[in-house]
Ligand binder design. Structure first.
Ligand code: ATP
Ligand code: MG
Length: 562
């Protein structure tokens, strides 16, 4: 959304300019085309929703809210071949989670089959539809292309009576799949191929998830969709750009079916993201090949995956607002989504102690067997989150990278002879380390200054490191993610397969976290000091034994667009 500053009555006020859809709606309301606004989100229940759908959901819901109108969730379940009840459930859950409250405004297009059938009969009676016996292949040949006009079907001039009888027989199951179709009679010479007598009903002897075996003829999308909208008194039927060329047919259907105050279609550009996979076809393959562990694998951008990863509805709404609505297709940087979740969690989540790559630190002059509690603020930027006490002791875990035996210049963390602050606890001076036969550091040694309790002193130190007390730490698994496809080298390989990033998942089995984190429940999220934001996994966490997914690291090179 574009923001313009405007000086109003001396005070500076920010005015958010309207997107092109809002401008169209304003015009329709001003001209009296409609006296209310009604939108819908019409998913086909044939897969899980993804971030692109979130954009459509929030756009449609947001418009209804803004104009005091209504928002429908309508399952576009007119195609019995691909649809499943499983997806109906997951889609409803996702839409609710995003905050698009459809209350009791839940509809199924398949409940309108009777009305659609009546519309078809109405068109036949008007001489605007005919039953055609051409095969699918022949219909395609007759249709022509961009340069060749279409050829009329030899069945185009059947009488109304004959068409009514044949259509009735189609409905009664007299014909096999593909034997006959019902076509709109529009214009085979139209420059718009969609208008060349499109098929509007087909025979399909198939069981439908909602209507069972009640029907063996099913309406085609381009015929069904405008009727669904009209039945629900939708005013603005918002869809993506690929339907722009179908709009004349949409208008034809609602006009010829003589709906009062018919809806109008407005198209906007789909949302694409860099470095991720949104196409159902590709995701399905990743799932089937076992590369991801289901449709909600945290590396995917289905709504379920984003939720499992630890994204919040607020962060997705912020993202969708930032992206805005446009008429031109473009790809949005995945880093923008990450920016939004960081912004959302920054002031809301506690900053916890967690060591992802541990090495032991022994404070040799700290009394053996003794422990104490030290106080840590929960969120430095938000004092309202208060503070908590965490255990401290003689043996701790620190990050392996926070110690170096021979440090380079400007390394201010642990190295022999250097003094650092243990966050919220004491100053310690490194005295050396122990190594195994291969030369790996196994234990770091230090001494502490009891006068520096709370981690402060007149003496300045340059390094502050985080830690957890070994005796009370909880060992957990953490998972780190990278983009699933390597965008730099191109999303697809030459053979059309996905160019997968081999490092998209790193599993760390031996992380140590402060005791309070052992109680984390699925979807709880936290900041882990210096390591990023993490969320307890909803599949693999067990009571008392959470598994943490990294939502996002703390820093990025992403700059907010001006
Ligand atoms: P996909 O091709 O990604 O599987 P789809 O278009 O088949 O998606 P539908 O269930 O038919 O999925 O779409 C429901 C609604 O979501 C439609 O109005 C469609 O235009 C919209 N939509 C789908 N993908 C996107 C996207 N990437 N950005 C914005 N809106 C989208
Ligand atoms: Mg679709």
């Amino acid at each position: 959304m574009e923001k313009e500053k405007e000086v109003l009555e001396g005070a500076e006020k920010e005015v958010v300019s309207k997107n092109f859809i809002e401008q169209e709606i304003d015009k329709d309301l001003a001209e009296g085309v409609y006296d209310h606004v009604q939108t819908r989100f019409p998913p086909e229940p044939n897969g899980y929703l993804h971030i692109g759908h979130a954009k459509s959901i929030l756009l449609n819901y947001g418009l209804a809210q803004k104009y005091g109108g209504k928002f429908n969730l309508r399952f576009d379940d007119t195609n019995p071949t691909k649809e499943k009840t499983e997806f109906v459930e997951s889609i409803m859950e996702d839409v609710k989670w995003l905050g698009a409250d459809f209350e009791d405004r839940l509809f199924f297009a398949s409940n309108y089959f009777e009305q659609m059938y009546e519309c078809a009969v109405f068109l036949i009676k008007k001489g605007k539809a005919f039953v055609c016996d051409l095969s699918a292949e022949e219909i395609r040949e007759y249709r022509g292309d961009f340069t060749t006009p279409g050829k009329e079907s030899p069945y185009r001039n059947r009488s109304v009576e004959e068409n009514l009888r044949l259509f009735e027989e189609m409905k009664e199951g007299k014909y096999q799949d593909g034997e006959k179709v019902l076509r709109a009679k529009i214009d085979m010479a139209s420059p718009n191929i969609n208008m060349r007598d499109p098929v509007i009903y087909r025979v399909a002897h198939m069981n439908h998830h909602n209507t069972g075996d009640a029907w063996c003829i099913y309406p085609m999308y381009d015929f069904a969709h405008p009727i669904e909208d009209a039945i629900e008194h939708i005013t603005h039927s918002i869809c993506t750009l690929e339907f722009e060329d179908h709009r004349p047919l949409y208008d034809w259907v609602v006009r010829e079916c003589e709906f009062e105050n018919p809806p109008r279609q407005i198209e906007f550009a789909k949302l694409y993201l860099t470095n991720v996979v949104t196409g159902k076809r590709y995701i399905k393959k990743l799932v089937e090949d076992g590369i991801v562990d289901g449709w909600d694998d945290p590396r995917l951008v289905s709504i379920a995956a984003l939720r499992r990863r630890g994204y919040t509805p607020e962060s997705i709404r912020m993202f969708v607002d930032m992206v805005g609505v446009s008429k031109a297709n473009s790809s949005v940087d995945y880093a923008m989504l990450e920016y939004c979740i960081r912004e959302d969690l920054k002031l809301k989540r506690a900053r916890m102690m967690a060591i992802l790559d541990p090495v032991k630190l022994v404070i040799d002059n700290y009394p053996e067997g003794e422990t104490e509690l030290v106080e840590l603020p929960n969120n430095l930027e938000n004092p309202e989150l208060g503070s908590r006490m965490i255990p401290f002791g003689r043996e701790l875990y620190i990050e392996r990278e926070d110690f170096m035996e021979e440090p380079p210049r400007k390394y201010f963390r642990m190295f022999p002879g250097n003094e650092v602050r243990l966050m919220g606890a004491y100053y310690v001076t490194c005295t050396g380390c122990e190594k195994d036969a291969e030369g790996n550091v196994t234990v770091v040694h230090a001494t502490y200054d009891p006068e520096t309790r709370g981690g402060s002193s007149e003496r300045k130190v340059k390094g502050t490191i985080h830690w957890v007390a070994a005796a009370t730490a909880k060992k957990v698994e953490c998972r780190l993610y990278e983009n699933i496809v390597d965008e730099e080298k191109g999303k697809l390989n030459e053979d059309g397969s996905l160019n997968l990033n081999p490092n998209s998942l790193t599993i760390l089995k031996e992380c140590y976290v402060e005791p309070a984190l052992a109680e984390a429940k699925p979807y709880d999220s936290f900041q882990f000091v210096r390591n990023g934001y993490f969320c307890a996994d909803s599949h693999d966490s067990k009571p008392g034994a959470p598994v943490f997914n990294r939502i996002v690291s703390l820093k990025s090179s992403f700059k907010l667009p001006k």
